[in-house]
Design a protein around this ligand. Structure first.
Ligand code: NAD
Length: 340
């Protein structure tokens, strides 16, 4: 049976999840909601995605501007098994009541708090616990990246404390009002919220994080230090990480030594919107010393959560009970693991 899915909030994350749903054979995209009749609404229309407005008032605005609108969010909710809520941070909390009243399942994004659903999701960690759930939160781009790498290390080695610094992009490429423009801005609340967010997915992970914002829009970078038992070698770590297609190991001879070159790779490979769903890790940066494992990883903030949303839908609607099978299906349909 093909499940019916709606996207509430066709923005940075929503439009990517919508396109990913279109590639799946076990789910159908019923429609997307927009708040504003802008170019993104126009593009949704061009792709033949059924358009819904967030409210009745907004519906009239779309009609005035000549859009073909199928109805409001309420109408979309009536037609679907699950809503992927991709509205800006904090709005999902308001929407949850509506989903509950209409008995529709929903996925929320990392801008919402863990408490909203009491279940924070990452495919590599707790897929089985999401089976049949009504509400889940796919954690943020940074937390997703940390969960992927750390879970891989945790499942294969005896790891101890993790210390990580998030070097965060100032804003997404379209966020022309964000900064800093010419500064490095530390998050003065130390440790940062990213560590507890990882623990909202797996409370056994011992992690403390700090964060700074830098004047770039394309990607984040993480500097990780993981305490480990003594018998671990770089070779073992590399071969363990290599087994996960959602981790992209960057070899020294590729000449890729920055986030801008990663973006160039994605563009050359014809990745739509230069999306990098995988977490790139520089092999040369992986070192084991007395202090544990060190490594640098990059995060394409606009797209790494997309496969998690697809797996989340599968788990909640019990379309696939096996984590491995769901991840593989998502990987194959999106082309994950095929860069380089
Ligand atoms: P966005 O602003 O790019 O997109 C949000 C969309 O929702 C827009 O199309 C907007 O028109 C629409 N919208 C606004 N108000 C609405 C309302 N009341 N009802 C319905 N639609 C409304 O936001 P985004 O970056 O896609 O973020 C969405 C969620 O994903 C947030 O929780 C965010 O924290 C999370 N997230 C964002 C990123 C990122 O880097 N952009 C990464 C991971 C997770």
């Amino acid at each position: 049976m093909v499940s019916k899915i709606g996207i509430n909030g066709y923005g940075t994350i929503g439009k990517r999840v919508a396109d990913a749903i279109k590639l799946q054979d076990d789910m159908e995209l019923v429609g997307v909601t927009k708040n504003t009749p802008n170019f993104e609404a126009k593009l949704a229309e061009k792709k033949n995605y059924d358009l819904y407005s967030s409210t009745k008032k907004r519906y009239d605005k779309f009609v005035e501007k000549g859009y073909k609108v199928e109805g409001t969010l309420d109408d979309l909710i009536d037609k679907v098994d699950l809503i992927v809520d991709c509205t800006p941070a904090g709005i999902g909390k308001r929407n949850k009541k509506k989903y509950e009243e209409n008995d529709v399942k929903a996925i929320f994004q990392g801008g919402e708090s863990h408490e909203l659903t009491d279940f924070s999701f990452n495919s590599s960690i707790n897929y089985e616990k999401a089976l049949g759930r009504d509400y889940i939160r796919v954690v943020s781009c940074n937390t997703t990246a940390l969960c992927r790498t750390i879970s891989r290390l945790k499942n294969n080695f005896q790891i101890g404390k993790i210390r990580a610094t998030m070097i965060r992009r100032g804003g997404d490429p379209d966020q022309d009002d964000r900064g800093p423009l010419n500064a490095i801005k530390p998050k003065l609340e130390v440790p940062s919220h990213h560590g507890p967010d990882v623990q909202s997915v797996d409370s056994e992970i011992d992690i403390e994080t700090t964060a700074v914002k830098v004047p770039t829009t394309i990607m984040h970078m993480h500097s990780l230090n993981v305490e480990v038992s003594k018998d671990i070698t770089k070779e073992k770590i590399v071969s363990t990480l290599r087994k996960d297609p959602r981790i992209l190991l960057i070899e020294k001879d590729t000449g890729i030594d920055s986030t801008s070159k990663l973006v160039e790779l994605a563009r050359d490979e014809g990745r739509k919107r230069y999306d990098i769903w995988e977490i790139p890790i520089w092999v040369k940066s992986i070192e084991v010393t007395e202090g544990g494992i060190y490594l640098f990883q990059a995060v394409h903030q606009e797209s790494d959560v997309v496969p998690e949303n697809i797996d989340g839908i599968r788990a909640m609607l019990e379309l696939e009970n096996s984590r491995g099978k769901s991840k593989q299906k998502t990987n194959e349909t999106l082309g994950i693991g095929e860069l380089l």
